[in-house]
Design a protein around this ligand. Sequence first.
Ligand code: LLP
Length: 424
Amino acid sequence: PDLAAHAQDGLTMEDVPLARIAAEIGTPTWVYSAATLRRRYRAMQAALSEAALDCEIHFAVKANPNLAVLRTLAREGAGADIVSEGELRTALAAGIAPHHVVFSGVGKTMRELRFAIGQGVGQINAESVEEIAMISAAATELGRTVDVAIRVNPDVDPLTHAKITTGKSENKFGVAMADAPALYARMAATPGIRPAGIATHIGSQITAGMGAYAAAYRALADLVRALRAQGLPVDRVDCGGGLGIPYRNEPAPSPAALAGAIRTTLGNLGVRLMMEPGRWIAGPAGVLLASVVLSKRNGARRFVILDAAMNDLVRPAMYEAWHGIVPVSPTDYVAPVSSCDVVGPVCETGDTFARNRGLPTLEPGSLVAFLDAGAYGAAMSSTYNARPLAAEVLVDGARFGVVRERQTPEALLAGQRLPDWYAA
Ligand code: LLP
């Protein structure tokens, strides 16, 4: 890159200055890099093939359901892991083939099951005996047979935030290992269902090494052998997602480490493998671009108040998550820093993005970027405080385009009405 031009442009996404996006599109705006999405998808694929694993990647749509993001990944050959009719519709609209879709989730409704089976999804991951009955009812109603995997709960602790731990026995997810063989046998005798295999997902933002993964996968391998010993067919194992990224300075496990853990535990079973990464692929591919509204002091504390808030990026408020916050302008980027709290304008103290962060003096209108905001960012936005959903932009080389319009004030009100007895 031309360093002189860079110094002049300030922070860029690929070849596009973020300041230019802010000037044309306004703020707050999510900005995604197509190149980063492709690079990370390919890196994960390469790690799997270097470990000689036959493993399909199903991107967890919940991490980033933007159509252009999904299309970028679909073009690379990604399938989708979905958890609702809405996510299925989005994945299909992005060009992901139905047979490349896995339907996960602990509370799929009959309506969602009918829709998914009617569309021909490749696999449903069932999480309870009750759900297996619902899947059977929906499939037989449609005269179809659907591939179903049982999601097991291996009772391991992935040492991540409690709110995103999913594979401990106290969590709502999956069926207990001990109950899995009987349930699988029962599923094999259930109309409308073809028992396809087993699945797990132990948690998200896993950075504590491969221990919990390996323990879970060893338990899965034992289960596959036990099921086969009973004469039951098992041809797929879905390894879930969860690989963490370094938001700050956490040690980040590599896809190669995960591929290695899969290989040593599940590599010799002759099953088709799948995984469902969300954050690892999309997190580092996005930033949230925001403007400084004003800076103020309360006693000794300096507050930098942005035009982005917890309704846009809720992760700090919800999980005490840390996101890098960096100035965009080249002069701000190198200016001396002092401690401040970075907050949004929403009327709760929880609307705090960072405390005691080192940033320069930022005049009103200065731009900052939240780093690693491509996963569970826009996806978790709300309109709290009647704030419109922010715009989303995709950058690809020197090009950029709006891939989701900023919600208009009219759209924010649309759908609301007064009860008819208020009319008179
Ligand atoms: N598969 C299943 C069944 C899942 O529930 C999840 C995430 C994934 C795959 C993808 O996990 P990933 O590779 O992205 O870690 N909102 C939280 C994260 C919630 C994750 C929920 N499940 C956050 O912002 O940290």
